[in-house]
Design a protein around this ligand. Structure first.
Ligand code: SAM
Ligand code: SF4
Length: 468
């Protein structure tokens, strides 16, 4: 099939972004105070505002920005932290991304495309750990598995697995860009969020780091969400691979991308991921990223994104180590993965590490991370309610913007966390969790506390999958 030539997007104006960065490069206390005040109104920030924050170097101003990010995070998300697990179905790939172990020319990697039986096995393991949300991931080559239908079959397989009272209730997908027809089929298969990382918005860097395969076409990738939304997918997840180009340029470009989707479709993106480049088998670039992002800048960019797009979920993966993950929770992260494997079949076979996509920084199990989070005062959430009652896209954003979503997220986090504790955790986690739940209900306002208590009572009485 011949694919239509994608249109170069007019919303990505590198000259405009570079001028905004240059105009705001000098630190200006008054402007910083204005931007932080604007951020507290929870209406988001424009390119110049983001450029002001990206230029910050003074420790006191950075601390003030972090404190503002924390306030915003608590105002919108409360203390809940949503969990998910990636499920890699194939590491075969026809592209040549220089930083990725899955690239076609990496002969050292053991290739594997999971059969439906193997996908069911991986799903069973994730369910038995307590997961309810899966992010299905694949390299860009489905030919060996019979074409794109393989992806649709895999989603159906994941949804079909039942283990005791447990099942995966939401499948999100991180897949290479598709045609509108394929996106329609993906939507029909019942995915939650369609996730795609642009990697970099710098065309020259993109061309140099993606030399071959379908992915070499920048415009095809950068227009993917337009096709996904045209096809009816209204929750999309963006991301940038930090380490390729100047992070300041990237976040301004990302904000432009979100503004474009808002203007064209009435809703921006549902989540943003912030992967930093990690070492990967056979990749010199992954060991020495062209423009590495320091820990300090990484924390800054997380906080800036929280301020700039307050209602968008922020995802922190296990690429980062436990310490960095802990630090970013307060700065605005709302979703995390745990116990992840990036090699197809990695949950069933711990030895298959040689086929992973990159090195992980956090090797703790789901239960260890849950316990850690609960002890930090957060409420681990396994909630999938919005997706299942159709609160997606604009409907979700409308509730988020009026603050009403917190009335759903808080009680649902309590109900699903208790379900996790009673069905999957050991005694120490159960004790830490019960303490966190009691404190959470006590801190809620009367109405939300009553709803949370009702859901918790239903779970204790043996009901499962309850939500509001
Ligand atoms: N193959 C599809 C694609 O490239 O869009 C699907 C997702 S790919 C398996 C998932 C993501 O992993 C990529 O978009 C990239 O940002 C990230 N990734 C690749 N190599 C990485 C590395 N060395 N360190 C961290 N993230 C990496
Ligand atoms: Fe393939 Fe995606 Fe890895 Fe690129 S990032 S080599 S497209 S799996």
């Amino acid at each position: 099939m011949t694919l239509p030539a994608p249109q170069a997007p007019d919303w990505l104006d590198a000259g405009r972004i570079r001028s905004a960065l240059a105009r705001n490069a000098a630190e200006d206390n008054k402007r910083v105070a204005e931007v932080l005040t604007k951020a507290r109104e929870l209406k988001g920030l424009d390119l110049d505002d983001v450029a002001v924050l990206a230029a910050l170097t003074r420790p006191d101003l950075i601390e003030e920005m972090y404190a503002t990010a924390k306030q915003i995070k608590e105002a919108i998300y409360g203390r809940r932290m949503v969990f998910f697990a990636p499920l890699y179905i194939s590491n075969r790939c026809s592209n040549e991304c220089l930083y990725c172990a899955f690239r076609a020319s990496n002969k050292a990697l053991v290739r594997h495309t999971l059969s439906q039986k193997e996908i069911a096995r991986e799903t069973e393991i994730l369910i038995s750990q307590g997961h309810k949300r899966v992010l299905m991931v694949a390299g860009e080559s489905y030919a060996a598995a019979g074409g794109f239908g393989y992806v649709l079959d895999s989603i159906a397989t994941i949804y079909s697995v039942q283990k005791g009272a447990g099942a995966i209730r939401r499948v999100n997908a991180n897949l290479a860009p598709l045609t509108i027809e394929e996106f329609r089929a993906l939507h029909g298969a019942g995915i939650g969020t369609y996730q795609l990382f642009q990697e970099t918005y710098d065309r020259e860097v993109y061309a140099a780091t993606h030399p071959k395969g379908r992915k070499a076409d920048f415009d095809w990738r950068v227009t993917a969400f337009d096709r996904a939304m045209t096809a009816g997918i209204d929750d999309v997840g963006m991301g940038i691979l930090f380490g390729l180009a100047d992070w300041r340029f990237e976040i301004l470009a990302l904000i432009s991308h979100i503004a474009h989707l808002e203007e064209r479709f009435g809703v921006g993106c549902h989540t943003i991921s912030v992967p930093r480049m990690e070492p990967a088998s056979g990749s010199d670039m992954a060991t020495c990223p062209p423009q590495p992002v320091s820990d300090e800048d990484f924390k800054k960019l997380v906080a800036i994104l929280r301020l700039a797009v307050p209602y968008t979920g922020l995802i922190m993966s296990t690429r980062e180590n436990a310490e960095m993950r802990r630090e970013t929770y307060a700065l605005g992260v709302s979703q995390i993965s745990a116990g992840s494997r990036t090699n197809p079949g990695g949950y069933a076979d711990e030895q298959r590490f040689e086929s992973g996509q990159f090195q992980l920084g956090d090797h703790r199990s789901l239960e260890e991370v849950v316990q850690d989070i609960a002890q930090m005062g957060y409420i681990p959430s396994f909630c999938t309610a919005c997706y299942r009652v159709g609160r997606t896209g604009g409907d979700f954003m409308d509730l988020a913007k009026t603050g009403e979503i917190k009335e759903k997220c808080g009680p649902n986090a309590v109900g699903t966390f208790l379900e996790y504790l009673l069905d999957y955790s050991g005694p120490a986690t159960l004790a830490a969790g019960e303490k966190a739940i009691a404190a959470e209900i006590a801190a809620m306002d009367t109405k939300d506390g009553r709803v949370a208590q009702r859901l918790a009572d239903m779970v204790r009485a043996g009901k499962r999958d309850v939500f509001c």
